[in-house]
Design a protein around this ligand. Sequence first.
Ligand SMILES: Cc1ncc(COP(=O)(O)O)c(C=O)c1O
Length: 380
Amino acid sequence: MTSAFKATPVFKKPRSTSNLVRPNKALFKEVFFESEDIINTFKNKFSELHGTKYCIPVVNGLWAIVIAINELKINGRSEVIMPSLTYRRMADIAAWLGLTPRFCDIDSKTFSVQKENIEKCINEQTAIIIAPHAIVNTCDVQGIEELCREKKIPLIFDSIESYYAEINNKKIGGFGDVECFSLHASKFINGFEGGYITTNNYRIAEKLAVYSNGGVIKSNKIAECGLKLDLPEYHAALAISCLEGLDEQLKHNKEIYKTYKERLANISGLRLIEYSEEEKRTYKNILIEIKQNFPIKRDVLIDLLHSNNILSRPYYYPPLHEMKRDYLVAYDSLPNTTYWRDRLILMPSGYFVTKNDVIKITDLLNSILKKNENEKSKRN
Ligand SMILES: Cc1ncc(COP(=O)(O)O)c(C=O)c1O
């Protein structure tokens, strides 16, 4: 079945699922060489982007989450609630901090966590909750916030995939106790590495800023603990230089998304996971369900696409509760996670993917399907 697709790949240069947006060169030069204080400019611009009072720049998204948990967790308790279908290093973060990850299920419509998913996992050991927005739509922000307020449990939103989104007309950034973001090249805003935390809470912002700056309070005053985790100026300048192009990027992403939507509607067995039209979204990620009637298994399809330089990948695979590890984890049954683990793939998208690329990709999907049908009818 694969041989026909090996001869000449559809693309010479790989098309990936990473955004890889290039910053505005002139703006980068201006910010990097002429700003008096790049980091302060970064803090102001990114607080403004999210409508929050404070922004704490850090080296990357992973460390943003580590220091946020470390600062906010209820001391004396041992568990961190997080979904199993999420960023592959999330459980390691909890373990690294000496805590036990407790995995919750996801909602089958949004692939994110809802209040009910989390509520089932809360117990007397719950130290903190991490609610990541899924790759396409956002999680049940209002429900989870209410639950955390009622139970008095700290709440972190991992908003790394939802930069530019709005919920009830309020920008992402100011929900929960803090929200964490990444500036990795694969993300909507490209600092070629980096991350930051947003909050409206002065006390939390101060503590995180001191901790991530080597514990320096003033030149002659040092906090008990701290790590050197600040965002390098070069990456801050690259991220700032991306900001002007966000609306243009959104327009491009939406065109790519619409083309996938139109073309996939004609391929039986594949379903585009749609963005909510009600609120602002980045349209950066293209997620597809491989339905039961699609005759090719997810991993076989991915191999076929890869042999054509189409770098699709499974959606957060394997789920965290199935990964082998040498530390303790906790979970009960996770039916939705188990159902979706083999059925979702991410397709190429972002800055370098054109409408024409999407036409070629969907043509290939169609021909893979047709070839499979022909082979089947010959066999019968
Ligand atoms: C949902 C999510 N959280 C956290 C991270 C970590 O961010 P970073 O790569 O900047 O460390 C990622 C990275 O891909 C992610 O997708």
